[in-house]
Every structure is written in structure tokens, then in C-alpha cells.
Write a protein that binds this ligand. Sequence first.
Ligand code: DQA
Length: 148
Amino acid sequence: MHMSNISILVMNGPNLSRLGKREPEVYGRRTLDDINKGLVEAFPDVRFEFFQSEYEGALLDKLFAIEDQGGFAGVVLNAGALTHYSIALRDAINAVKIPVVEVHLSNIYAREEFRHKSVISAVCAGVIGGFGADSYHLGVRGLLGMLG
Ligand code: DQA
């Protein structure tokens, strides 16, 4: 598959809309918009769609919508805190055939104990964390590599 035919959904969960002003010592000073623009610049041949929601159900709806729509090669997902407890999100990732890469800005294993567990990792195609905005870039790279 030529890269320009590849569509990737970059999906962010709760609180990631606040990047830039939210705990910059943990998450950096870049806004979500900055991160998304960085992806478009770094991967000019990839067609990106960006989606963020504070609501668990909206993320599930989006996953099912892109599956039904077709044409999406993969998803790069920062599920925020839902990572640690949303069995509904896990089941939705498992329900779709599109590969989902779990990404985190921070290294969740170097933080509070409640962040050490991800309930979605086991149903994701790969997991990346700790590289700030670069985690998203590495997630896209990983997906492209998987897709050949
Ligand atoms: C996060 C880590 C989560 O523990 C936290 O709830 C977030 C962001 C990250 O990108 O490092 O909202 O997913």
C-alpha cells in the first residue's frame, strides 16, 4: 500500500484538550493542535483525521464510525485516564478490526501506581509512552511499519 493511500485516526480522550496549560511539567507546553500539526508536517503522505473527546462513549462511537465507514488503516490512541479503567473502551478496541496503537505522553510506569495498569494494552497492536509529543510520531511510525 502506498503511504498516501493510508488514513490514520489520531484519537485523544479526556483532558487532552487542555494540553499546553495542563501540568506542563508532566505533559509539555505543546497544545493538542500543535501536536496534530506536527504529525501532518512529519507525515505528509498520510491522511490524518483528528478526534478528541472528554466522553468515553464518544470515543467508542468514533471507533465504530470509522470501522463502518471503512478506509482507515489504523488508530493512534491516547485514552488519557480511561486507559486505566475503561473496560468499555477495551471491549470496543477489541471489537474493531482496525489496529489501535496506545500512546502516552508521559511514562505511566514512572508515575502513581494507579497509572501503572492499562486495561487496553492487551488489545492494542503496540504501546508507546514517555516521549512527550514524539510518542504520537512513534505510534504513527509503528502503524506504518506494521502495515508494510
Ligand atoms: C496520559 C497518562 C494518563 O495516566 C493520564 O490520565 C492522561 C494522559 C499521557 O499521555 O501520559 O490523561 O495518557
